[in-house]
Design a protein around this ligand. Structure first.
Ligand SMILES: Nc1ncnc2c1ncn2[C@@H]1O[C@H](COP(=O)(O)OP(=O)(O)OP(=O)(O)O)[C@@H](O)[C@H]1O
Length: 285
């Protein structure tokens, strides 16, 4: 499908398609302004503009609105209401009074918000607000969950909680679509990758296969804090290649005595492939 914000305006999305599956999580990659939020808006019908074609989710057409939970990038909470009241407001709207109470209790527990449940939102930190926003967005337990930059402002513990929750949702069969600015976050939150560039989506496949095509990196670092020039990084495809490189070091030299440009070797680091190097290369291309 394609999408423009105004008639006659340049399309933000040209050839975009997305396939979400129960129990899988698609990480949507793309530079600032690539159109990720727009794509989520089209999926949820929350943006106004000119859409051509249709977006299909799995084999069916877009399901009923309540089947989708959308945690937008911008936090939408009532600052003068408490955490419980904010989550409860959405629960009543989406589920009705009879089911709302239990759903709110579940969401408060799931997002570890018990200690601040009766605190007004305007007293909360940015990270706490983000968690409340996520809890409210998914209070109705939708089978499809879209998360636009869910890790913004979260500290390490809160971020780990979100990663754990998303993995748990997948295990329950929820279909997830997530955007994040840091490749590490996408790596932890996704099982599949889609790249959005020039308004066109490219299905990159499963995260595991994207990473298995990446090189391991072997770094040998010296003990001079001032000189960066003698950090030696060898990109290697397999562990055998790393062993072969190490094998090039004469056997009578102990690694601890190895000198690089006259400096003593301090540590050897073998890094597994990660999405960071992939993202850097894709953005440069
Ligand atoms: N309401 C709007 N009206 C007109 N143009 C818009 C509107 N919202 C976004 N755009 C434009 O659409 C393009 C895509 O924006 P979008 O927010 O979807 O990108 P993004 O990939 O989510 O970016 P980021 O990573 O910075 O969040 C940008 O050029 C932006 O200026």
């Amino acid at each position: 499908m394609s999408f423009s914000y105004a008639a006659g305006g340049a399309p933000v999305l040209r050839e975009a398609s997305i396939r979400l599956r129960a129990g899988a999580s698609v990480g949507l990659l793309g530079a600032n302004g690539a159109g990720k939020t727009t794509l989520l808006g089209v999926l949820t019908r929350t943006v106004r503009g000119i859409t051509r074609g249709s977006l299909l989710l799995d084999a069916g057409v877009l399901p009923e609105r309540r089947a989708i939970g959308y945690a937008t990038q911008a936090i939408g909470l009532y600052p003068m209401l408490t955490v419980e009241e904010n989550v409860g407001h959405l629960a009543r709207l989406l589920l009705g009074r009879s089911q709302a109470r239990a759903a709110v209790a579940r969401a408060i527990e799931e997002f570890s918000l018990g200690s601040i449940a009766r605190t007004r939102v305007h007293h909360l930190s940015g990270g706490q607000r983000r968690l409340v926003h996520l809890a409210a967005s998914f209070v109705h337990g939708p089978p499809i969950r879209l998360l636009d930059e869910p890790t913004v402002a979260l500290d390490f513990e809160a971020r780990q909680l979100v990663v754990k929750l998303v993995r748990g949702w997948r295990a329950e069969g929820v279909a997830v679509l997530v955007t994040a600015h840091y490749p590490e976050d996408i790596e932890e939150l996704s099982t599949e990758l889609v790249l959005l560039r020039d308004g066109t989506t490219r299905d990159l496949g499963e995260l595991g296969s994207v990473l298995s095509n990446r090189a391991r990196t072997l770094s040998l670092r010296g003990d001079s804090p001032t000189s960066a020039s003698w950090e030696l990084t060898l990109a290697t495809g397999t562990l055998d290649e790393v062993r072969a490189k190490l094998g090039e070091i004469p056997p009578d030299v102990r690694l601890s005595e190895l000198r690089l440009s006259g400096n003593r070797l301090r540590d050897i680091l073998l890094r597994d492939p990660s999405l960071s190097s992939f993202a850097e290369e894709t953005e440069a291309r």
